[in-house]
Design a protein around this ligand. Structure first.
Ligand SMILES: O=C(O)c1cc(=O)[nH]c(=O)n1[C@@H]1O[C@H](COP(=O)(O)O)[C@@H](O)[C@H]1O
Length: 231
């Protein structure tokens, strides 16, 4: 495992485009995330290829289903040799506990990190309220992160805007994975709760997930190195 805190989101339509970037990267520079688009297009073979190249791979499939299905899906993900997998905390405690037990039973202390998404970084307060959730956004993030910790998971996905609150409430060892990272002056895209890379680290984030600011840059390697220099 490398000690890089940057996780590059390989949000590409096919394996060829993803590998074109990966060929220019090095596992000492960053970790990699494979999400729904690339996984659906390129499948488990690509994940295994990235693992074989010594990358720490976050398989971001955000499982949210009945406990048995999620536990088995997490085991299948771990079989690929990935570093981290995730579920939705709103799937509830029985689902999260089943995922935890499934991984522990099959992989023991070799299990990948298991984290849960709290409130997506694209969401704002009106969107949350439109779902019938009356808590404030930080309250909802804290409630779901607390439930995640009580379910025995290793950490959460949240915005870095909530990182210092969660760090205080949940302790130094709880993993805080933060997408919605935007260097100053870069496009917000569909994210609402954004934070700069340096601020995210200062607020207590463990890992920064960064996609378009790197993958859509004129030179992704220059963009990545600038971020690394600034954190
Ligand atoms: O679980 C995630 O990785 C995730 C959770 C979340 O709340 N927000 C979020 O943006 N993500 C993922 O993080 C990446 C962010 O990409 P960019 O907005 O392009 O930097 C995407 O691959 C999203 O699927």
């Amino acid at each position: 495992m490398t000690d890089s805190k940057i996780v590059v989101a390989l949000d590409y339509a096919d394996a060829k485009s993803a590998i074109a970037l990966v060929d220019r990267l090095d596992p000492s520079l960053c970790k990699l995330k494979v999400g729904k688009e690339l996984f659906t297009a390129a499948g488990p073979q690509l994940v295994e290829q990235l693992v074989a190249r010594q990358y720490d791979v976050f398989l971001d499939l955000k499982f949210h289903d009945i406990p048995n299905t999620v536990a088995k899906a997490c085991q299948a993900a771990a079989n690929l040799g990935v570093w981290m997998v995730n579920v939705h905390a709103s799937g509830g405690q029985p689902m999260m506990q089943a995922a935890r037990e499934g991984l522990d039973k099959a992989f023991g202390d070799q299990a990948p990190l298991l984290i849960a998404v709290t409130v997506l970084t694209s969401m704002d307060t009106p969107t949350l309220h439109s779902l019938g959730i009356q808590r404030t956004l930080p309250e909802q993030v804290l409630a779901l992160a607390t439930l995640t910790q009580q379910s025995g998971l290793d950490g959460v996905v949240c915005s870095a805007q909530e990182a210092s609150m969660l760090r205080k409430a949940l302790g130094p060892d709880f993993c805080l994975v933060t997408p919605g990272i935007r260097p100053k002056d870069s496009a917000k895209d569909d994210q609402t709760r954004i934070v700069t890379p340096a601020d995210a680290i200062a607020l207590g984030a463990s890992y920064l997930v960064i996609g378009r600011p790197i993958t859509q840059a004129d030179d992704p390697i220059v963009a990545l190195n600038t971020i690394i220099k600034n954190i």
